[in-house]
Design a binder for this molecule. Structure first.
Ligand code: 3PG
Length: 396
């Protein structure tokens, strides 16, 4: 695909697809990572005299104008991050948006309202794509984290305008390719989180591509249950036992070593600072639940990491938002950061929870690369084609 190196933005109206789907609580942005990562693309285009028209989805309003899902709160956050004024128009297509786009001068920035206020966005309706294309001379996609969606603003419009990858899109793809396209071995993957069912394809594909797969989080309970361990009140998906066994079998034939927890931190209830017990996987009391992996498991993971050249991490090892069940995730995060700095381990992480966990551990800056993407990062890891990226390639 073409990048900003191939585009002279001076005097041109540029429709810039960003991912401003930021975490918000009670109308307040709780994490600005995606804005910070986007800012260099906007700056570069504006400084070179481009007329930047930003569009994005926010949350899932399903084609309706849900007021709580307006992009208006992002206007000020963007202006701060860019140190330049940002105008706002409360629709992303139609006469008002067209007039605002036409008024833009060189170097000015305009933010459009939520693309998902129109049902045509998610339907990838050609009429919606055409209405977006009408606003601009060229299209730049900087939303790697939304590139797994074939929507009008991520896919359809790329067929209608000369299209380019923004700097963040480019950086995400280059970093993932460099570290994982032909990775230095051994490769260790850590996959955690709650459900086997949501990461089934990922696990099935990972065992064929990595040397060691560490399975943590609640999904490890399902694997342990499938192996015949009594898991007490632990969260697990008993309906996934056969699938879990099939994944272990695929791993065996692919020569991928699986690391499951050997010990667990258990408690009677899931709450902050409750009394906990450290038990082996064969000794989970019937009335207790596993909420984190134990110190022996952490030591086993660290031993594999010391041998590894590449690490890819998605999903925390325990219920890290609720201390003390952050202990294993924090300990492993610190080991990873240390090995990255001292031993040249290539450490790549992605996914909303994973980024939050790395920030919580204070090591986000010491990883080789942290992707701003969640779902798109996972689909890329699975080797799936991302429609937003494919559209840029076709356009080129
Ligand atoms: C994300 O946050 O992963 C992207 O913005 C995609 O959002 P979506 O899952 O609502 O499509």
């Amino acid at each position: 695909f073409r990048t900003l190196d191939d585009l002279d933005p001076k005097g041109r109206r540029i429709l810039l697809r960003a991912d401003l789907n930021l975490p918000m609580r009670d109308g307040v942005i709780t994490d600005r990572t995606r804005i910070e990562r986007l800012a260099p693309t906007v700056q570069e285009l504006a400084e070179k005299g481009g007329r930047v028209i930003l569009c994005s989805h926010f949350d899932r309003p399903k084609g309706k104008r849900v007021p709580e899902m307006s992009l208006k709160p992002m206007q000020e956050a963007l202006a701060q991050a860019l140190s330049r004024p940002v105008a706002f128009v409360d629709d992303c297509i139609g006469p008002e948006a067209e007039a605002a786009a036409a008024r833009l001068q060189d170097g000015e920035v305009l933010l459009l309202e939520n693309t998902r206020y129109h049902a045509g966005e998610e339907a990838n309706d050609p009429a919606m794509a055409a209405a977006l294309a009408k606003l601009a001379d060229v299209y730049v996609n900087d939303a790697f984290s939304a590139a797994h969606r074939a929507h009008a603003s991520t896919e359809g419009v790329a067929r209608l305008l000369p299209s380019y990858a923004g700097r963040l899109m480019q950086a995400e793809l280059e970093a993932l390719d460099a570290a994982l396209g032909n990775p230095a071995r051994p490769v260790v993957a850590i996959v955690g989180g709650a459900k086997v069912s949501t990461k089934l394809d990922l696990l099935g594909n990972m065992v064929k591509r990595v040397d060691v797969l560490v399975i943590g989080g609640a999904m490890a309970n399902t694997f342990l249950g499938a192996q015949g361990h009594a898991m007490g009140k632990s969260l697990q998906e008993a309906g996934m036992y056969d699938t879990a066994r099939a994944i272990l079998e695929t791993a065996r034939t692919a020569n991928c070593e699986i690391i499951l927890p050997s010990d667990l931190m258990v408690a009677a209830a899931f709450a902050a600072n409750v009394p906990t017990r450290e038990v082996g996987v064969d000794a989970v009391p019937a009335e207790m639940m596993a909420l984190d992996v134990g110190p022996d498991t952490v030591a086993a993971i660290e031993a594999r990491l010391r041998q590894a050249s590449t690490l890819v991490w998605n999903g925390p090892l325990g219920a890290f938002e609720t201390p003390p069940f952050d202990a294993a995730t924090v300990a492993v995060a610190q080991s990873v950061a240390g090995l990255t700095q001292s031993m040249g381990l290539k450490s790549i992480a992605g996914g909303g929870d994973t980024v939050a966990a790395l920030k919580h551990a204070g090591v986000e800056e010491r990883m080789t690369y942290v992707s701003a993407a969640g779902g798109a990062f996972l689909e890329w890891l699975e080797g799936k084609t991302l429609p937003g990226v494919a559209a840029l390639e076709t356009a080129a």
